[in-house]
Design a protein around this ligand. Structure first.
Ligand SMILES: Nc1nc2c(ncn2[C@@H]2O[C@H](COP(=O)(O)OP(=O)(O)OP(=O)(O)O)[C@@H](O)[C@H]2O)c(=O)[nH]1
Ligand SMILES: [Mg+2]
Length: 455
């Protein structure tokens, strides 16, 4: 992938503000910027020293429209690895768009979303995991998400990906040497050792794969459904957790029919909540559709908050719902609501985690947060360990593991090393893809298209 165009974009949010920054990257960046920016020191931007900011004036259609600062970078010492100019003008909607328009009139093309970071990646300035983490930094809503997206985890993940890749690469090379020269004493990898080393690679990759449970809970948020029978207080719980009166609450059973959504930060993780229709048999057409939707949302969820009314005796319908919940392959936290009323139902020991709350009195949010946090982080996040933070990384490590397993199975069946090497090469390409060492152009395009313009 080569970039012959010089591109420009507004890198600060579109709108009124103190300062706006227009960025440009590519071979002609300095020449084009010189046509738009007149430095006070009289030198053209192309003649300014690298990594320096200069004060000057912005020219639009032959007239001065603003003053500001331009910073010059030269390849390869820039964010993208190309020549770059960063132009800061005042943050008016009109002035920033006129500066951008002048650059385009002078020969720049409009940058696509994520184009700067894509160029940085393609030009070898960033590993793919680091490029992805930049988007997560921009989207981060919690300190935990920032920590996982930030420098430390990026470095750790990149290092782990590189070590998995290198160990496997050496293993394959040694195995091929053994295949080609079995009698020479030039290899140290016997079949027995090969099996052992594949096993330990799988173990290490499994440990990395397990971190995604925490990574997605912190960075993306857990798809959480609030489910239960009618009138148990599901909508009251949604409102209590989000702190907003999003869902309608009434004493009439069957109030909620559509799926009502909201989100909440629980300690270090984020829950993406869906309040659903109460589960019951009904002749009402609209409500029946709501119940169907509720069941579908339960199946697709990553966490169920199963709400029960602790003030009512547990009956057959409750037991049916309990059986249904237990048959799901989704973790369930039982939320026994209405603790402000005399309690007449026992739900202890049914689900792995049970909390008691009063949605009406807004009591129990911390207990739900703690239970959810424990489920997804094991209680505390070890920020010194590398964490996977998106689905692409998870898919890549999963395919690494399954190819390593196939290689191991082949060796266990008594197949020769070259059969195993076929699978190991697949695994190597998965490890390479984790950090973008060997990734197809269309996947690169897909990843960077999610970025904002100007990043
Ligand atoms: N005493 C008491 N009442 C509550 C509590 N939580 C909810 N309620 C009441 O229970 C009734 C039903 O509450 P909702 O939140 O609408 O219940 P729901 O489960 O969403 O009901 P549907 O949408 O009909 O399935 C309302 O009258 C609430 O005020 C609670 O903690 N204590
Ligand atoms: Mg409701």
């Amino acid at each position: 992938m080569m970039f012959d165009k010089t591109v420009a974009a507004l890198s600060t949010p579109y709108g009124r503000g103190a300062i706006a920054m227009i960025r440009m990257t590519g071979g002609d960046a300095l020449k084009i910027a010189s046509a738009v920016f007149r430095a006070k020191n009289g030198k053209s931007l192309s003649d300014q020293p690298s990594n320096h900011a200069v004060y000057g004036q912005f020219i639009y259609d032959g007239s001065v429209i603003d003053d500001g600062v331009a910073t010059v970078y030269r390849a390869p010492l820039s964010y993208t690895g190309e020549d770059m100019a960063e132009l800061c003008c005042h943050g008016g909607v009109l002035v920033s768009s006129l500066v951008l328009r002048s650059l385009i009139d002078a020969g720049a093309c409009a940058a696509e979303g994520g184009e700067f970071t894509k160029r940085a990646f393609v030009n070898g300035k960033l590993r793919l995991t680091s490029a992805e983490a930049i988007m997560d930094i921009i989207d981060a809503e919690t300190v935990g998400a920032l920590k996982l997206a930030g420098g430390a985890n990026r470095g750790l993940l990149s290092k782990e990906a590189e070590e998995l890749y290198n160990e496997l690469k050496h293993l394959i090379a040694a195995a091929y040497a053994y295949i080609d020269y079995p009698d020479e004493d030039m290899t140290d990898v016997t079949v027995l050792e090969l099996k052992e080393r594949i096993r330990s690679l799988i173990e290490r990759a499994e440990a990395l794969k397990d971190t995604y449970k925490t990574g997605f809970a912190v960075c993306e948020g857990v798809r959480t459904v609030i489910a239960g029978r009618t009138n148990v207080g599901k909508s009251s719980l949604l409102n209590m957790l989000t702190g907003e009166q999003t869902a309608i609450v009434t004493e009439i059973p069957g109030t909620t029919r559509d799926v009502v959504t909201g989100s909440v930060i629980c300690g270090q993780i984020k829950l993406k909540l869906s309040d659903t229709a109460g589960i019951r048999e009904t002749d009402d057409t609209v409500e029946r559709i709501g119940v169907l939707k509720a069941r579908q949302t339960m199946k697709d969820a990553q966490l169920v908050l199963a709400v029960f009314d602790g003030s009512k005796p547990r009956d057959e319908e409750d037991d049916k719902l309990i059986a249904e919940l237990l048959s799901l392959s989704v973790p369930v936290i039982a939320v026994i609501n209405k603790s402000d009323l005399p309690q007449s139902a026992d739900y202890d020991g049914i689900f792995e985690r049970t909390v008691r709350i009063s949605a009406k009195n807004k009591e129990g949010k911390e207990d739900i947060a703690k239970a959810a946090e424990e489920l997804f982080t094991g209680g505390a996040i070890d920020y010194d360990k590398p964490h996977l933070i998106n689905e692409r990384q998870y898919a890549q490590i999963s395919s690494f593991i399954s190819s390593c397993r196939s290689a191991l199975d082949a060796l266990m069946r008594g197949e020769t090393q070259d059969v195993a090497c076929f699978d190991l090469e697949e695994a190597l390409s998965a490890a390479a893809g984790l950090d973008g060492r060997d990734i197809k152009d269309d996947i690169v395009d897909e990843i960077f298209s999610k970025f904002c313009v100007g990043k």
